[in-house]
Ligand binder design. Structure first.
Ligand code: BES
Ligand code: ZN
Ligand code: ZN
Length: 491
């Protein structure tokens, strides 16, 4: 779908449908709503009178006879209370509009801007919302494919600066395309998206967008002493890869942000094998890595003034004749020894070596993201991402970037007392901490390997997969945290 900026009056825009948000309690007595009502024969007044249009969020009314409006259809969307309006609601409404109109075979629509929100930010949000909403995982259907396609969304302003509008659209497009790229590769099944395939795909991205790339194979990992990562990989016939992407700004910077993403391309649990029921979903255990690649892709286009590296440890977690056993002790790159109590707690093992490598590459700040624990869904459901870390200012920045991006992030504590739970009798540390506070002990484990570098950890296990189709979002991978991290790094 193409997103176009326009400076025509809404009733002059030639397209299949015009989308208009209507607030709770709003009456068509002034402004655009009044004009629409006048031009469309009082339809809004009558819908409000009959109670069919109340403006409550989630509501939608579709109308065919638009009178003196050039768009052939009108889609009225509930915009909720006027005081609650923000760019996150704009993003959702644009998404709902795009999906609703696609199902009605509409090919072009205009999204009317009615709010006082800043032009570039609302244009960015609307663009993101629509492009994200139209993502559909039907690549592998050979019949009954989604046949309707929306070709154009038009964002119009008659007062603001059209350049500002275009800037917002461009930024929104870059971020949404990056998110959809992540969702695409998360969707790929484990037999397709192996660590080698992920590395190959990332090389393609690096070439296309001008990022430096280095893919470490197992020999180099061995030389670096990455026993924790290699321990996870050894049960698989697919070789592990440590993918490193680098972005450098034109004028140099003393700061290097490292984004480190878990990419377990399939997590069976290893010898501590997972139950069969639902195991197929463990193809999304590489969401953190996919997100990291997507963020780097957007960064290459948005060009922030800071160095950024993406570090993606990619491996399968398989049971096999050579797989690591519960009780095995491995030596990580930092020299710390780890007792592997449960081979299903593999994410923290590969991240231990990946964050250590990020430090070796000169990271001055680290953010890692991972589908690390089932426990995070028990704590926060599919609503909030958990953040934990060692640097409160960095954590606060991440939460704020999340708020701006419409991605909810909640901090969990990481006090020293939790260290007790991952003490090992025989090694420096063990990889599980019992039933209590699973998300915290998982994060604490990673903390042991970042040492004094400011660090935050995002547990996206509860939020990376959407269980059911929603008006603004398809079932499947959500691309969670792409927007947050891009906004965090690019401001
Ligand atoms: N990949 C899983 C976590 C996960 C669970 C992601 C559900 C998405 C949905 C992770 O590797 C894992 O298995 N974690 C274990 C840790 C436990 C053994 C301490 C878990 O959460 O059960
Ligand atoms: Zn696991
Ligand atoms: Zn896992």
């Amino acid at each position: 779908m193409e997103v176009k900026a326009d400076s025509k009056k809404f009733y002059e825009i030639e397209c299949d449908a015009l989308v208009v948000g209507v607030h709770e309690g709003e009456r068509p007595v002034q402004g655009a709503l009044f004009e629409i009502d006048q031009r469309a024969g009082g339809i809004i007044t009558s819908l409000i009178e009959t109670g069919e249009l109340t403006g409550k969020s989630g509501e939608s009314v579709y109308i065919h006879n638009t009178g003196e409006i050039k768009a052939r259809r009108l889609l009225l969307l509930g915009a909720g209370k006027p005081d609650d309006l923000n760019i996150n609601i704009v993003r959702k409404m644009a998404g709902t509009a795009a999906r609703t109109l696609r199902s009605k075979k509409v090919r072009s629509f205009a999204f009317l801007r009615r709010s006082q929100l800043s032009l570039d930010e609302s244009a960015q949000a609307a663009t993101e919302g629509a492009l994200l909403a139209l993502f559909d995982p039907d690549k592998y259907h050979t019949s009954d494919k989604t046949e309707n396609h929306i070709e154009t969304m038009i964002l119009a302003t008659t007062e603001g600066d059209i350049q500002e509008l275009k800037y917002g659209i461009e930024r929104g497009r870059i971020i949404a395309e990056a998110s959809n790229f992540a969702r695409d590769i998360i969707n790929e099944p484990g037999n397709v998206m192996t660590p080698s395939e992920l590395a190959r795909k990332t090389e393609e991205i690096a070439r296309e967008f001008g990022l430096e790339i280095d893919v470490l194979d197992e020999t180099r990992m061995k030389e670096l002493g990455m026993g924790a990562l290699l321990g996870v990989a050894q049960g698989s016939a697919e070789p592990a890869k440590l993918i490193v992407l680098r972005y450098a700004p034109k004028f140099g910077s003393n700061e290097t942000i490292a984004v480190v993403g878990k990419a377990v391309t399939f997590d069976t649990g290893g010898i501590s094998i997972k139950p069969a029921d639902g195991m197929e979903k463990m193809k999304y255990d590489m969401a953190g890595g996919a997100t990291t690649i997507a963020v780097m892709r957007a960064i290459a286009q948005l060009k922030p003034s800071v160095n950024v590296i993406g570090v993606i440890p990619a491996t399968e977690n398989m049971p096999g004749g050579r797989a690591q056993r519960p009780g095995d002790i491995v030596r990580s790159m930092t020299g710390k020894t780890i007792e592997v109590i449960n081979t299903d707690a593999e994410g923290r093992l590969i991240l231990a070596d990946a964050v250590a490598y990020a430090r070796k590459l000169g990271a001055t700040k680290i953010v890692d993201l991972a589908t690390l624990t089932g426990a995070v869904s028990i704590a926060l459901g599919d609503v909030y991402v958990a953040v934990l870390g060692t640097d409160q200012a960095w954590i606060d920045e991440i939460i704020a970037a999340g708020r701006k991006s419409g991605e909810k992030i909640w901090q969990l504590p990481l006090d020293k007392e939790y260290r007790e739970q991952i003490k090992s009798e025989i090694a420096d540390i063990k990889n599980v901490g019992g039933r209590k506070a699973g998300t915290i002990t998982g994060a604490y484990f990673i903390r042991e390997f970042v040492e004094d570098t400011p660090w935050a950890h995002l547990d996206i296990a509860g939020t990376a997969w959407n269980e059911s189709n929603k008006p603004h979002l398809s079932i499947g991978p959500t691309g969670i945290c792409v927007r947050t991290l891009v906004n965090l790094i690019c401001g």
